[in-house]
Ligand binder design. Structure first.
Ligand code: AMP
Ligand code: GLY
Length: 426
């Protein structure tokens, strides 16, 4: 296998790290990569949505497999682009095409898909500019809080949860009439609020069969106690201690199997990763959202937890040999905590020199780059300190210790990652 991984985050670093131990770093290319991926393969300049440039890189390096890390390239049709050109159509793009990618890029598409397959999710209705008045009536018929979702990709900012019905109506008007999120809010999904605990389940599928990967829980808010602005993720834990055998069986039977069957029933050109964003309400799983890729920072724990070859799983997907089972998973826990630049997710400084007093492998870089032979910050989320432990407590302690070996000006992090899960471990 010669693989081109598209992206520059800690997710792509974790994937490149795992694959480098399996297929050798000479077979791994990352576009554009970061200061950490340099040690697992070759970084190549390339914007993640400049498909012409990605194709040239792929052809020049004899790439046979392309793995887009984030949703942007998928939503803009990277697979369609590679398949449309006779020079690149032999390259196996591990993602859905643009149409099937709407499972993530359009909330209403995902909701209709689930309705057709009877997959448990919050009750909903979709509205447009023309039907905004019906939207107000629908809001009046619901109990608070009200959940409003911009249909399209809005960088994690398109979901509003509002307690007061008049404020919810004003927000609906902002989105539909005043186009708060631009084209992304041409359609707005209003849905029932589900009160429960969230977790993420991942599968690799070839469109017919699947393999379940380790599950995880992420921490999205910038502040301790999960308050404040949403971020690209401040930390993650795997496995999820409340995801017991009972919840797992319900998730597989009610959600995973019907989803994979639905891809086939609805003739979707889907392969790659399905990220089930789930919520357990009274022990029953519901889908909050689908993503069509691996999560970040969940990948920084789920990839290290995998106790089997990731490249062989990718090959099994390519050869349509996935077995509808669960991948082998290591025992114990894996945790990751992000070191971020002070001020993130609002304004922050870049270009700060990073001193690493710990060079262990599972320090996954995100916003880093080499400048004049010095490792410097180049983004808000700088690096993720991933560690294992026989218990959740020990894994977290190791992650926090690893974090203390990373130095850069105005380093910040959440000190409470995983604390809410300790009650579920004995
Ligand atoms: P989404 O982008 O659809 O994942 O939504 C972002 C976040 O909003 C989720 O991670 C949940 O915390 C919350 N959320 C979304 N939909 C609902 C819902 N129906 N009930 C409760 N919380 C929700
Ligand atoms: N951790 C959430 C995401 O990757 O979208």
């Amino acid at each position: 296998m010669r693989i081109l991984i598209v992206g520059s985050g800690a997710r792509e670093h974790a994937i490149a790290w795992k694959l480098s131990g399996e297929i050798g770093k000479e077979n791994i290319f990352i576009a554009p990569g970061n200061g950490g991926t340099l040690t697992c393969g070759t970084n190549v300049n390339g914007d993640i949505t400049d498909f012409e440039a990605l194709k040239k890189i792929a052809l020049a390096n004899d790439i046979d497999t392309l793995l887009p890390g984030s949703e942007d390239a998928i939503a803009q049709g990277v697979r369609d682009y590679f398949e449309a050109d006779s020079a690149s159509k032999h390259i196996y793009v591990l993602s859905p095409d643009k149409y099937a990618g709407q499972l993530e890029s359009s909330k209403s598409f995902a909701k209709e898909f689930m309705a057709k397959e009877n997959i448990p999710t919050a009750a909903y209705k979709a509205f447009t500019h023309e039907t905004v008045n019906d939207g107000y009536v629908f809001l009046d018929s619901l109990n608070p809080p009200y959940v409003l979702k911009a249909d399209g990709l809005a960088a994690g900012k398109g979901v509003l949860i509002i307690d007061n019905v008049e404020e919810a109506k004003a927000a609906l008007k902002d989105m539909l009439v005043d186009r708060k999120f631009g084209d992304a809010s041409d359609t707005v999904v209003i849905e029932e609020f589900l009160d429960g605990i969230e977790f993420s389940v991942f599968a690799l599928t070839d469109g017919k069969n699947y393999t379940l990967l380790p599950e995880a829980k992420d921490y999205k808010r910038v502040g301790e106690g999960d308050i404040g602005l949403n971020t690209g993720g401040m930390g993650a834990v795997s496995p999820v201690p409340f995801y017991d055998e009972n919840l797992k069986q319900k998730t597989i039977e009610r959600i995973v199997i019907p989803t994979v069957k639905g891809l086939h029933n609805q003739d979707l050109n889907f392969r790659g990763f399905i990220f089930f964003g789930l919520i357990a309400v009274n022990g029953n799983p519901y889908v909050i959202e689908y993503n069509v890729r691996l999560g970040d920072p969940e990948t920084e724990v789920l990839i290290p937890m995998l106790d089997e070859s990731f490249s062989e799983l990718i090959l099994a997907a390519k050869n349509e040999k996935l077995t509808n089972g669960t991948a082998r998973i290591k025992s114990g826990y894996c945790t990751t905590v992000f070191a971020v630049s002070g001020g993130y997710p609002e304004s922050y400084k870049k270009g700060k020199v990073i001193t690493l007093n710990d060079n262990s492998e599972t320090l996954f870089h995100a916003g880093t780059k080499m400048e004049n032979d010095m490792l410097c910050t180049s983004g808000g989320r700088v690096m993720a300190a991933t560690c294992f432990g026989d218990t959740l407590q020990n894994a977290l302690q190791a992650s926090y210790e690893k974090l203390s070996y990373i130095e850069f000006e105005n380093k910040q992090y959440r000190t409470d990652i995983g604390n809410d899960l300790k009650v579920y471990t004995t």
